[in-house]
Each structure stands twice: as C-alpha cells, then as structure tokens.
Design a protein around this ligand. Structure first.
Ligand code: B4P
Length: 254
C-alpha cells in the first residue's frame, strides 16, 4: 500500500495497537492478528510520496507527535551490515522528522567527491574495514554539535567509539534517548547484500564486515544494556514489519 492512498485514519489501528500492546525486548509478540502491518508503507514509497506530513498526521492522531516534538529524540541505530539500518532510519525519520546521520553514507559521499577525507577513507570502505578513529571521531563530533535530535546510524562500531560518543554527548549535554539494535542472521545479510550489489557488497568483503561486527561491534550492546538504553529489534522480516516493531519501541521511549 502506498502512502498516497492512506489517510491518517488508516494508521490509527497500527499505532494504537503499538501503544496498548508494545513489544518487550526480545519477547516480541507477533502482532499480525491485531493490526494491519501493510499500513506501514515501504520506505521507498514514503520517500517517493514525500510522506512527512501524512506520517506526522498519523503520529499526531495516535498521540505520538506531541511527545516526539517536545522531547528531542536522540537514538543510535546499530546492526550488522545489511541489517537495514539505512532503510529503517528512513521510516523513523518519516514519523519523528529527526535528522538521519549515517556514517557509512557520509563516507560514501566524501569518497564520491574525492575530498581529502574521502581519499583517506576509500581503501578501508572498499575492503569492508573500519575507517580509523582519527577520521571517524572528529567527523561524527562535528555533526552532533549541529543537531539537537538525531538518528545516528552506523556509529559507534567499537567500545572505543562508544566511550568517545558518551564523552561527546555528555560535553554537549545531549543525553541519548535509546539504542535500537537490528538483529539478523549472517546468511540473511549475505543474501541481501549480494542482491544490492554495491561496490563493497562482494561476498568476501561482506564476510570481512561481518567478522568485524561480531568481534568489535557486538560488545557495544552490553555497554548500552548496562545503561538501560537498549532495545532488540527482530530484523529478519519484511521492511514494514521491522519498521512496526521499531516505531513501537520508540513510542515507549519518547
Ligand atoms: P554502512 O553504510 O553502515 O553499512 P550498510 O551495509 O549500508 O548497512 P545498512 O544496515 O544501512 O544496510 P541497508 O539499510 O542499506 O557502512 C558501510 C562502510 O562504511 C563500513 O563497512 C565501514 O567501512 C564504513 N564505516 C561506517 N561507519 C563506520 C564507523 N563508525 N567506524 C568505522 N568505519 C565505518 O540495507 C541493505 C540492503 O538490504 C538494501 O539493499 C535494502 O534494500 C535491503 N533490506 C533492508 N531491510 C530489508 C528487509 N527487512 N528485508 C529485505 N531486504 C532488506
């Protein structure tokens, strides 16, 4: 279903159900009997239809928007490569109208424009390796200084990056609202990314990115679990299903 064919009323059962019966971390209930998952459109449809106003109206009708607008949403989106971070950030952006900061996308833009930063990062991104912190940390700090609310996608990817982020947000007095982690198997990741076919989506590079994820990024979850900020989002399903769980969890956090 496309957003252009939806009225705010179409969203209400979905969002009401989300408020009344929110999924708990890991023990998420299958919501298919209570709501119409197709009421959440695919993110590409949202973008093509310029759906910000419609989604905001829907959120307002469910009592979501007032909360979202009074409190800045500052969320981290963490997950393996191809888990759908960029895809889901687009859905969250449509509901909460929060700037989306993707470290992967910033790096790809810099590489495409062949800036000094892009030239320095290029070999790492093409090989699926972590770009050095000497490049990443000032780049992220610079963006966070400019944004009051944000979806930070792809950062932090290591404990060192998480500790740096804590210090930056504390200095800026911008505490996090939540950390959402997208959970998906390695085999699903490989299948999705081979189909996408970006330059860094060869099987060899995908496996290298997954190895780094398991070794360096997964320990970051415990860091945020201890702070009570972590939500686990099952991300094997279709884009709107994943989006439903994610928006529902955010609804509990704002
Ligand atoms: P990213 O840009 O973060 O990685 P990505 O592979 O694009 O992941 P994402 O999860 O966003 O995937 P998408 O939504 O597009 O990083 C790229 C590189 O930048 C890294 O390897 C690294 O070199 C560097 N880098 C970035 N941040 C760094 C940091 N902090 N420190 C050091 N280096 C850093 O989804 C993927 C595909 O799946 C799409 O084709 C999408 O259509 C599809 N899809 C999504 N959800 C789906 C679903 N539910 N079902 C079916 N298909 C789905």
């Amino acid at each position: 279903m496309k957003i252009s064919s939806l009225t705010p009323v179409d969203f209400r059962p979905t969002l009401r159900a989300a408020r009344v019966n929110p999924p708990e971390s890991r023990a998420v209930q299958e919501p298919a009997d209570q709501i119409t998952l197709s009421a959440l459109p695919a993110s590409g449809d949202l973008r093509r239809a310029g759906a910000g106003a419609g989604a905001q109206a829907a959120a307002a009708s469910a009592g979501l928007a007032g909360l979202a607008m009074e409190q800045p949403l500052r969320m981290l989106l963490i997950g393996p490569p191809g888990s759908g971070k960029g895809t889901q950030a687009e859905i969250v952006d449509q509901f909460f109208e929060v700037p989306h900061i993707s470290t992967g996308q910033i790096l790809r833009n810099e590489i495409q424009q062949q800036t000094e930063l892009g030239k320095a990062a290029e070999e790492y991104v093409k090989a699926g390796k972590m770009v050095p912190d000497s490049i990443m940390l000032p780049m992220v700090d610079n963006r966070l200084e400019k944004e009051d609310s944000f979806i930070l996608d792809g950062f932090p990817r290591s404990i060192a990056q998480a500790q740096h982020l804590d210090a930056t947000l504390s200095r800026l007095n911008k505490p996090l609202t939540c950390v959402e982690t997208l959970e998906v198997s390695d085999e699903t990741v490989v299948k999705r990314l081979k189909e996408r076919g970006r330059e860094d989506d060869t099987e060899e590079v995908i496996r290298a990115r997954l190895k780094i994820y398991h070794e360096q990024t997964e320990p970051v979850m415990a860091h945020y679990q201890e702070q009570g900020l972590l939500d686990h989002i099952p991300a094997e399903g279709k884009v709107p299903e994943v989006g439903f769980y994610l928006v529902t969890c955010l609804n509990k956090r704002v």
